[in-house]
Write a protein that binds this ligand. Structure first.
Ligand SMILES: Cc1cc2nc3c(=O)[nH]c(=O)nc-3n(C[C@H](O)[C@H](O)[C@H](O)COP(=O)(O)OP(=O)(O)OC[C@H]3O[C@@H](n4cnc5c(N)ncnc54)[C@H](O)[C@@H]3O)c2cc1C
Length: 362
């Protein structure tokens, strides 16, 4: 069986590892010319994503990821101002699932390690065609083509595979905007904020706004973890990494002026001292759950088919795990192709659509 995956994001790369582990021939085509654009600096990985990584990746890759996460995040803290000082005033039951924060570019670099012969960069998918023998022919912008038994759209929120395969499925923009950034921890060490929140995410309700913050303190230095677990990892992926705070702030308008926001000093410093290259304004949207469609040799994983607030990466990796298991059962002769893909899609439709809006794009 040959599988062509469009998109070298979290879902596509996890799937590639899962399929390769089963001895299935897989090629991943990525539009970007190299390791891909930055898409948020850190990621809260809960048990859904962690389980998928453990199931699909080689042990050395899993060890590298686990060695460099932040500390355990059990709950979401609520922060308010008490007598002019930020204080923890409660915890949120509806916050993120327990998990750990990972540095996203590092996770991506780990996922790319040992996939040199699988991932082809600078290849923008444009269209596909069903062939009489049941296979799928795929075209790329530079004129390249490929043929596969299964085509997987792992090409994110603007999925070109979804647009062609399920044209009725659309992303709706809620009109909401979110400013997201990251700031070196050293910039706020004197403010008491790092000790106040520890490793847990926190939602600060202050002066009429809600700001979400989370500290990533690497449990092991990424440089030493690399030499212990995954020397093949690109050295630039671990070079110059330092602990930081990531934060998100709702904004109005396309070009917010966060410096004017009347935030308490620690939170204002997060905004003013942020790394400029990772600060982005996100549009917030959702994909309404589509009606079921008949299974075929084309399928979708991750943001290409469903969006989720703050946990879409976990769902993309979980899809990758589930789909790799479904295709492995075909490869081993235990299931038919359409039966396996249909089973994967039924489960995905039941478990991955959420009724709330999420980030659409920068
Ligand atoms: C700022 C921010 C913070 C986030 N925080 C979290 C978090 O804490 N936890 C969490 O679980 N999720 C989080 N998410 C969501 C998470 O990033 C996404 O849900 C996840 O990246 C989806 O993975 P994916 O593989 O489906 O798509 P992506 O990671 O978007 O990958 C899609 C890939 O397809 C490529 N591509 C697109 N079109 C084509 C084409 N035509 N041809 C070839 N390649 C193509 C793209 O270049 C990209 O590399 C966050 C998102 C953002 C923006």
């Amino acid at each position: 069986m040959r599988v062509v995956v469009i998109g070298a994001g979290l879902g596509g790369l996890t799937l590639a590892h899962g399929l390769r582990r089963e001895g299935i021939d897989v090629a991943v085509y990525e539009r970007d010319a190299s390791a891909g654009r930055p898409q948020g600096i850190s990621l809260h990985v809960d048990e859904r994503g962690a389980e998928a990584l453990r199931a699909c990746l080689p042990l050395s890759h899993v060890a590298m990821v686990e060695a460099t996460t932040g500390g355990p995040r059990e709950r979401t803290l609520e922060l308010s101002e008490v007598d002019g000082e930020l204080a923890v005033t409660g915890t949120r039951v509806s916050g993120a699932r327990p998990g750990r924060q990972v540095h996203r570019p590092l996770l991506k670099a780990v996922l790319l390690t040992d996939l040199d012969d699988v991932v082809r960069f600078g290849a923008e998918f444009t269209r596909f065609e069903h062939r009489a023998d049941g296979t799928v022919r795929v075209w790329f912008a530079d004129g390249r083509t490929d043929t596969a038994d299964v085509l997987v759209g792992a090409d994110g929120i603007g999925s070109a595979v979804r647009r062609e395969y399920l044209p009725g499925v659309r992303v709706a923009d809620s009109g909401r905007r979110m400013l997201m950034g990251a700031t070196p921890l050293r910039a706020v060490l004197g403010t008491g904020l790092p000790g106040l929140v520890g490793d847990d995410p926190a939602a600060a309700q202050v002066r009429g706004t809600t700001m979400v913050v989370g500290v990533l303190r690497f449990t092991e230095s990424p440089v030493s973890a690399r030499s212990r677990w995954l020397p093949a990892l690109r050295h630039s992926a671990v070079d110059r990494l330092e602990d930081y705070v990531m934060w998100a702030l709702p904004v109005t308008g396309e070009q917010p002026d966060p410096h004017r926001a009347e935030l308490p000093e620690a939170l204002r410093l997060l905004v003013t001292e942020a790394w400029p290259d990772v600060t982005v304004t996100l549009r917030i949207g959702r994909i309404p759950p589509p009606p079921p469609w008949p299974a075929g040799p084309v399928t979708l994983i991750g943001d290409a088919i469903h969006l989720a607030p703050g946990f879409g990466g976990n769902l993309a990796m979980r899809d990758a795990h589930r789909l790799s298991e479904a295709l492995a059962s075909v490869h081993r002769g235990r299931a038919g192709l359409l039966e396996a893909i249909g089973g994967y899609e039924d489960t995905m439709r039941r478990t991955s659509f959420v009724p709330v809006p999420v980030a659409v794009s920068r």
